[in-house]
Design a protein around this ligand. Structure first.
Ligand code: GLA
Length: 502
């Protein structure tokens, strides 16, 4: 959760506007609501290096901010951001050139990428004190590089920088979904956590007083990014699909559209990175961004993504996100058509028992709508959505023990555990994985479902107990014929205990 400079400042970003944004976040309620990152995007560096390959940064844009500091040292702005109890993010490109070769404002700059300097640049970011780095793909794309290869190298450079400095650098991949990053980005290069963009930009920058200041953000574009961001099988325990910085509060969006946008990002469990100018947010927009219940839906501990469970007619959709509290779901009734519609969510479609009746709460109005048996309907205006919190009783799941444990021919006996007779009620199932991990660090395992792309799953330390994490899996085979294979390069027999499918 945080703010990014790109949407509202483009390459006019400098210490003055970053400080103003950080001050706003620290004082307008956002920090208390959980927003913490102040991310500096493209434009902070114009591609100059010294003879040793170090970044040379414009001293006027990034001056000394207090006595004893040197102009042109990015540690100054980091210190300022940290002094407000916030975290700082920075930006580069995986290629030789960065996106500054395609400027939105002002002249072109080349050589604004990190290719050939990965070790040096990520170490420098960590030494400056940054907590987060976004790595764009303009140069990589131009050179036709393989993103899975480049981003793995970058993840390893980040890990080395972290080891040297003792600082954690959160990794944000920005490859726009071109080469299906959800199939390779989780845990790429050993990254302990990361987010990856799933689509292009919702809007080009809208910078007050500059060219293009009359641009508007488009609702359909935002909806398109939401759709492209849905890859529930890849998202869990630290790995997240990123449908782009939000445009809430930017020109072009009505209050209702801002609300729909926030609801969509929340049920996606998406990063809540605000692109608007925080110093100019209206009271209503700010209230949406810091609404406790919406933020809780987004940040829910399971970290899962909503799946579409019904579409009674084209564009009239029901989305459901399982939440950590047993029997709880965040449900979005989304009307994408041009006329008002009654939208109905049925308990059976979201894995809840018909009885006892489930409690329904309308999140935006904060009103409890009473208990409802079997289903709940609401009239949703055209282009709008109702965001519900439903508390019912989970339909019982089915437990499975692993059936086969690989063989000596696999990397090792027990390196592959297969569950081959798994049944499910719908195309998407929540799978609870019971595991053991008494070490201090997460264990990573690969999961392949029905021969689909494998994904990496983190099993956090669980001490002496059995731990549990949840994932969403597409169990698209009929009856009890779905096959789930966990694999690792070490024996998993004492790690994966059982799974439970809901
Ligand atoms: C790309 C990214 C944006 C932003 C710009 C900067 O378009 O997708 O989020 O970082 O580059 O140029």
């Amino acid at each position: 959760m945080g703010w990014s400079s790109w949407n509202s400042f483009s390459n006019t970003v400098d210490a003055q506007n970053v400080m103003a944004q950080a001050r706003a976040m620290a004082s307008n309620g956002m920090k208390q609501a959980g927003y913490q990152y102040i991310n500096i995007d493209e434009g902070w560096w114009l591609g100059k290096r010294d003879a040793d390959g170090n970044f040379v940064v414009d001293e006027k844009a990034w001056p000394a901010l207090q006595p004893g500091e040197k102009a042109g040292d990015m540690a100054n702005i980091v210190r300022f951001i940290h002094s407000l109890g916030l975290k700082a993010g920075i930006y580069t490109d995986a290629g030789k050139d960065g996106c500054s070769m395609y400027p939105d404002l002002g002249p072109k700059y080349f050589d604004t990428g990190s290719e050939g300097h990965y070790e040096q640049d990520f170490l420098q970011f960590a030494r400056w004190g940054f907590d987060y780095v976004k790595v764009d793909w303009c140069g990589g794309d131009k050179e036709n590089l393989d993103p899975a290869v480049q981003y793995a190298e970058i993840a390893r450079a980040i890990a080395r920088a972290e080891k040297i400095t003792g600082r954690r650098l959160y990794f944000s991949l920005c490859e726009w979904g071109k080469q299906s990053p959800w199939t390779w980005a989780p845990h790429v290069g050993g990254a302990p956590a990361d987010i990856w963009r799933t689509s292009g930009d919702i809007v080009d920058p809208i910078v007050a007083g500059q060219a293009h200041a009359d641009r508007k953000a488009g609702f359909d574009k935002m909806l398109g990014n939401f759709d492209q961001g849905i890859h529930p099988e890849a998202q869990h325990t630290g790995f997240y699909n990123d449908p782009d910085m939000m445009v809430i509060g930017m020109p072009g969006f009505s209050d209702a559209q801002n609300r729909v946008h926030m609801g969509l990002w929340a049920i996606s469990g998406a990063p809540l990175l605000v692109g608007a100018d925080l110093a100019k947010l209206s009271t209503d927009t700010l209230a949406m961004l810091i609404n406790k219940e919406v933020v809780a839906v987004d940040q829910d501990a399971l970290g899962l993504q909503a799946v579409k469970v019904a579409e009674a007619e084209k564009g009239v959709q029901v989305w459901s996100k399982p939440l950590a509290v047993s029997g709880s779901r965040a449900v979005l009734l989304l009307n994408r058509t041009t006329t008002a519609a009654d939208v109905k969510v049925e308990w059976k479609d979201i894995g809840l028992a018909e009885n006892p009746p489930a409690g329904v709460r309308e999140i935006w109005s904060g009103k409890d709508a009473g208990n409802s048996k079997g289903s709940y309907s609401a009239r949703v205006p055209a282009g709008d959505a109702a965001l519900l919190l439903i508390k019912g009783t989970n339909m019982p799941g089915t437990g499975y023990k692993p059936e086969s444990q690989g063989n000596d021919a696999a990397p090792c006996r027990g390196c592959e555990l297969t569950f081959s007779h798994v049944g499910a009620r719908g195309p998407w199932a929540r799978i609870r994985i019971s595991y053991r991990n008494s070490t201090q660090a997460p264990r990573y395992v690969e999961l392949r479902v029905n021969g689909q792309d494998a994904t990496s799953i983190a099993l956090p330390p669980a001490g002496p107990d059995v731990g549990e994490i949840s994932i969403m899996a597409r169990l698209d085979r009929p009856g009890a014929t779905n096959v789930l294979t966990f694999s690792s390069d070490t024996d998993l027999t004492a790690v994966i205990d059982a799974i439970n499918v809901e």
